[in-house]
Design a protein around this ligand. Structure first.
Ligand SMILES: [Zn+2]
Length: 422
């Protein structure tokens, strides 16, 4: 019997995502040891001395044995490290890290696949799915870092009140999951100053209470339809303070008018009183089209801060969709692929950890310098695509005996990966 060290199996499993192999079976083909340097390179990376390669079932067996909590705590240690070394500091907004909250369905099956599946009817057919609520920290240089994960399952739906609309059930489930998520996030990162970024669903009594309970600031989308009476009051108050306005022309020639009200008061359905600031941004494009955006926030809003809060806080929301979920679904990380029917949560964490490592490589300063030396503006430009970068990594892992100096910890100390976009 061959015994594999857990460090080796962990690197082997991360390799699935780092090299964007797309499916677990590919590990057996692409990471085969015969005639390649794979085993030797991974051994040195993991500090192990395995004499043969595992098969993908070995990884499955290992993940079944370990708890997802240990993978979550590995992610926590990595993020803690980045925070402690201040690598993420350039992205702070009023001293806080912006942590975007968003849910996404990511596994969909034609048949019930486990007890926890959520069900959704589409006409005659029923689909079974798994949903996840993510907290992603917006880092510098367009990095989006997963820092807390909560799986939403049918226990949340069953607990929702009878007769509630689908929209209410969705809101109820996500807010319950958010409370669990923040309890864990606060246990893991007790001191970190956080501003939660949420959509209109979070702008409600429970959304404000959760932020308060877990000592977070917030910036939530203010949707007129969700809080109609408060929206009316906001419009009325805006007319009373015309001097609270900043006009901003973007480099693309978009004219943005920011108006705001400080200390807007709101009593929620449970009789709790809240006070926060509200911002309205009216945007006119060079072609004359007009759009409106608004948010409620506990961050400081004034002539000096309104543009920054709205652009870096409010409008950054698309980044969780775009650079978070979409990248994980479409860049070869294959978020929506069922890597396993039993250990799907473990593969989810492995993907998040690998994506963090990939972003340090793809968006960090080391490859940027290399690209600049070759007359290119970014690592992406140097390699042509993220897929090509993963292919190069796989080529290197397979055919290159990585030089000893890359494993020299003392020698690595002076090397810094910077993420500032400037
Ligand atoms: Zn299931």
């Amino acid at each position: 019997m061959v015994v594999y060290h857990k460090r080796f199996l962990l690197w082997w499993g991360l390799g699935l995502f780092l090299c964007k192999l797309g499916s677990r079976r590919q590990l057996d083909y692409q990471f085969a040891s015969d005639g390649t340097e794979v085993l030797e390179n991974l051994n040195r990376l993991a500090g192990t001395a395995q004499v043969s390669s595992p098969v993908n079932q070995t990884l499955e067996y290992f993940l079944k044995k370990i708890d997802t909590g240990s993978l979550a705590s590995l992610r926590q240690k990595m993020v803690q490290r980045l925070i402690r070394m201040k690598a993420l500091d350039p992205a702070r907004l009023q001293g806080r890290f912006l942590v975007l909250i968003d849910g996404s369905g990511y596994l969909v099956f034609g048949q019930r696949h486990c007890d926890a599946c959520l069900t959704q009817r589409h006409g005659e057919t029923t689909v079974y799915m798994h949903q996840v609520l993510e907290a992603k920290l917006l880092g510098p240089g367009e990095t989006v870092i997963s820092i807390a994960t909560e799986f939403i399952d049918n226990h949340d739906v069953q607990a929702a009140s009878k007769g509630a609309s689908q929209e209410q059930v969705k809101q109820d489930c996500e807010l319950k999951a958010l409370r669990r998520l923040l309890a864990r996030l606060r246990a893991e990162f007790p001191q970190v100053r956080i501003c939660l970024g949420g959509d209109g669903l979070h702008a409600c009594g429970e959304g404000f209470q959760i932020a308060k309970d877990y000592k977070c600031d917030f910036i939530y989308t203010f949707q007129p339809g969700r809080l109609p009476a408060l929206w009316q009051e906001f419009q009325g108050l805006l007319r009373l303070c015309p001097e609270q306005q900043v006009v901003w022309m973007t480099p693309q020639g978009v004219r943005q008018v920011y108006r705001w009200v400080n200390g807007l008061r709101y009593t929620d359905s449970d009789g709790r009183d809240w006070s926060f600031h509200a911002i309205l941004c009216t945007e006119t494009k060079p072609d004359g089209s007009v759009s409106e955006w608004s948010w409620v926030t506990s961050l400081d809003v004034s002539h000096q801060t309104v543009v920054e809060v709205a652009t870096r806080g409010g409008r950054a929301r698309w980044r969780i969709e775009n650079e978070g979920f979409n990248t994980q679904k479409n860049s070869g990380l294959n978020l929506e692929h069922a890597y396993s029917h039993r250990c799907w949560a473990s593969y989810y964490y492995l993907l998040q950890i690998a994506h963090l490592l990939l972003q340090l490589v793809e968006k960090g300063s080391l490859l940027l310098h290399l690209a600049q030396e070759q007359g290119q503006r970014s690592a992406l430009e140097l390699y042509g695509s993220l897929k090509n970068m993963a292919q190069r990594l796989l080529d290197s892992l397979r055919y290159r005996h990585w030089p000893d100096e890359v494993f020299d910890r003392a020698g690595a100390v002076p090397i810094q990966i910077r993420l500032d976009s400037s």
